[in-house]
Design a protein around this ligand. Structure first.
Ligand code: UDP
Length: 240
């Protein structure tokens, strides 16, 4: 089998025999479509640990994922998938580009949550798209779009509950989905503080990549704190 390697901004994906991918988490942090770039030693390991725990948690809550296991300190194994070039974003509160686009106040509640799709195309700046654009571009069938929306909502709700128990507010997050060689649709990529916004429920402290985007504080300390809170909530979840 061909051993393709995909070098992303924060991960490297290498194809292994038998439809397996090894996903190596790098220490790079980028923002604003790669305009800002810095290295944080240990970030890759932390994101691989957080992603691993969250994919395992989601699998236990009925969400099919590409995740298979751990290879080493910063590498996870997964089913090889063709990524559907749609970023599905679920927003429980207003932040980031939604605040910019609508003028709504930061952290305004979105009830029910807002689900958006973006076209994964760095050269176009990942534009916001709707179902008609997805159809025109042939990115996914209408049935797949319905499935992606339903899965994104279900997975996000499960994560929001878990993080609430961890004392953390999940503000918004991004999911990517892929098709396996067998044609199965699964949640793929990563779920980490690089792809979610987290605020400490008690203090409002930022615990995600906004620390880097807006120079809000120590990124590694924030990611470590998030993992520690997450581990406590997962331990309590197992006991209950
Ligand atoms: N997000 C992501 N990758 C992207 C764009 C967004 O992981 O290419 C995540 C981001 O971390 C946040 C959510 O999706 O948790 C909503 O992001 P937003 O549209 O506000 O854009 P951003 O502020 O990240 O540019």
């Amino acid at each position: 089998m061909e051993r393709a390697a995909y070098e992303g901004k924060a991960k490297r994906v290498v194809s292994q025999p038998d439809g397996i991918a090894h996903i190596y988490y790098k220490d790079d942090a980028t923002a604003f479509n790669g305009v800002r770039h810095e290295l944080f030693e240990g970030k890759g390991t932390l994101n691989s640990q957080i992603t691993e725990r969250l994919f395992e948690y989601l699998a236990g809550h009925g969400i099919p994922t590409h995740h298979l296991g751990r290879v080493d300190e910063r590498t996870l194994s997964a089913k090889w998938v063709d990524i559907i070039p749609i970023e599905a974003i679920v927003r429980y509160k207003v932040a980031g580009t939604l605040a910019k686009r609508t003028g709504l106040d930061y952290l305004t509640e979105c009830d029910p949550p807002i689900i958006e799709m973006y076209y994964k195309r760095d050269d176009l700046g990942d534009p916001l798209i709707n179902d008609d654009h997805v159809r025109q571009l042939g990115l996914a069938t209408p049935m797949e779009v319905d499935w992606i929306r339903a899965m994104a909502r279900q997975a996000a709700d499960a994560l929001r509950d878990l993080f609430f128990k961890a004392g953390i507010d999940l503000v918004d997050l991004k999911f990517e989905f892929g098709r396996t060689a067998d044609g199965e649709l699964v949640l793929a990529d990563e779920v980490s503080p690089d792809t979610c916004r987290f605020r400490d429920l008690a203090t409002g402290e930022i615990l995600d990549k906004d620390l880097f985007r807006f120079d809000e504080g120590d990124l590694l300390a924030g990611y470590r704190k998030l993992l520690a809170h997450l581990d406590r909530a997962l331990a309590a979840d197992v006991q209950s």
